[in-house]
Design a protein around this ligand. Structure first.
Ligand code: PMP
Length: 360
């Protein structure tokens, strides 16, 4: 039987942080930057309601959710679009802006979905060098030319954990050709307590050539429900709504996201927990000559250069003990490092105790 011909893509498919280990039932998953404290109790309550009308299509415009977002973040309701994760919003932005042969600039070690979605629509992806695993404005500007349509940036960046300061981010927008769309991905913004940091949303609310991405998958703990949002000029949002799938965000996801936004107590607890354990784990690992980025989001990029064992060896040994962290060798092509998500108290203690056993 013949298979009808389809397009072939020269793309390395996204490989998510592993969530299973053969033969092991109980695992500690610290590989996908998910919430350490699970979901907000308010969100759990609403989606446990037996009277949900799931036989009906959801609100395709996510109206109540967008209202709640605009209230919480003091931004314009008409300039918000919701997606099945911010992933879908990245995909829509690529579909809207890019034709074959257009160019996109991404930092060398940036989140992988920017390059994947850009390539799917035929754009050429240029990589801007980073300096000590930090985004470099001058290297980005070097790659920009007349064909450049979008510069993508996660701030803080996954997987490096480094970030551009408020001043640097403003400088980038100022120096970048005004016809280029700057996409600032604020996925981890809620975790950030660094004084010199400002979320893209706060800096560029009224800029027509900046598009901001946000997600409910991280601090809000709704990764499985798939809900995120984008914020940009009314013109861009209207155009995105034309190409958007009609019912892209499920009713359950919308309800849970609305309740999560209202639960400031859960957000505060998550931030506090994250800072406490990020600090504690960072200092603990230094005893074993494993160093990491200064604390930013809910993960650390661990560097094994000075350690007596390689990242690969420690990764495999952790696996044998049922602990999964993220290897950065594949996809990101970062050698001898591992990305560790800050987990729950028990998960973090299990990780620290396993490290001690492996390294002693
Ligand atoms: N942006 C960044 C920087 C991320 O790290 C992730 C998730 N790993 C995403 C976007 C995608 O998140 P979502 O679950 O909303 O699609």
């Amino acid at each position: 039987m013949t298979t009808p011909k389809f397009k072939k893509f020269n793309i390395e498919a996204y490989r998510p942080g592993k969530s299973k280990i053969k033969k092991l039932r109980k695992i500690v998953k610290l590989s996908a930057n998910e919430s350490a404290l699970g979901m907000s109790p308010k969100a759990i309550k609403i989606i446990s309601d037996k009277k949900l009308n799931l036989e009906r299509y959801p609100d395709g415009k996510s109206e109540i959710l967008r209202k709640e977002i605009s209230k919480k973040y003091k931004c314009n309701f008409d300039k918000i679009i919701c997606g099945a994760g911010s992933d879908e919003v990245i995909q829509m932005i690529c579909q809207l802006f890019l034709k074959p042969k257009d160019e996109v600039v991404v930092p060398q070690y940036s989140f992988l979905m920017y390059r994947i979605y850009a390539k799917i629509v035929g754009a050429k992806v240029l990589f801007a060098k980073e300096i000590k695993f930090k985004v470099s404005i001058s290297e980005i500007l070097k790659k920009v030319n007349k064909k450049t349509k979008i510069v993508f940036l996660a701030n803080p960046n996954n997987p490096t954990g480094t970030y551009l300061t408020k001043k640097e981010l403003l400088e980038l927008r100022k120096k970048l050709n005004k016809n280029v769309l700057l996409v600032v991905d604020d996925a981890y913004a809620e975790y950030m307590k660094n004084r010199d940091y400002k979320p893209g949303l706060d800096l560029f609310k009224n800029k027509n050539n900046v598009f901001v991405l946000r997600t409910f998958s991280k601090i809000f703990g709704l990764a499985s429900l798939r809900v995120g949002w984008g914020y940009g000029s009314k013109k861009i949002i209207d155009a995105l709504n034309v190409i958007k799938a009609p019912f892209n965000v499920s009713h359950l996801a919308q309800l849970a996201a609305i309740e999560s936004l209202k639960d400031q107590n859960f957000i505060d607890r998550s931030v506090k927990h994250n800072l406490y354990f990020a600090k504690r784990i960072k200092i603990y690992l230094e005893k074993f000559n494993i160093f990491s980025n200064s604390i930013s989001a809910n993960f650390l990029l661990l560097d094994f250069e000075k350690c007596k064992f390689t990242a690969k060896f420690v990764y495999e040994q952790l696996n044998r003990k049922g602990i999964i962290v993220r290897s950065t060798a594949e996809g990101y092509h970062i050698k001898n490092k591992l990305r560790l998500t800050i987990g729950s108290k028990n998960e973090n203690l299990a990780f620290m105790s396993a490290v001690k056993k492996i390294l002693n």
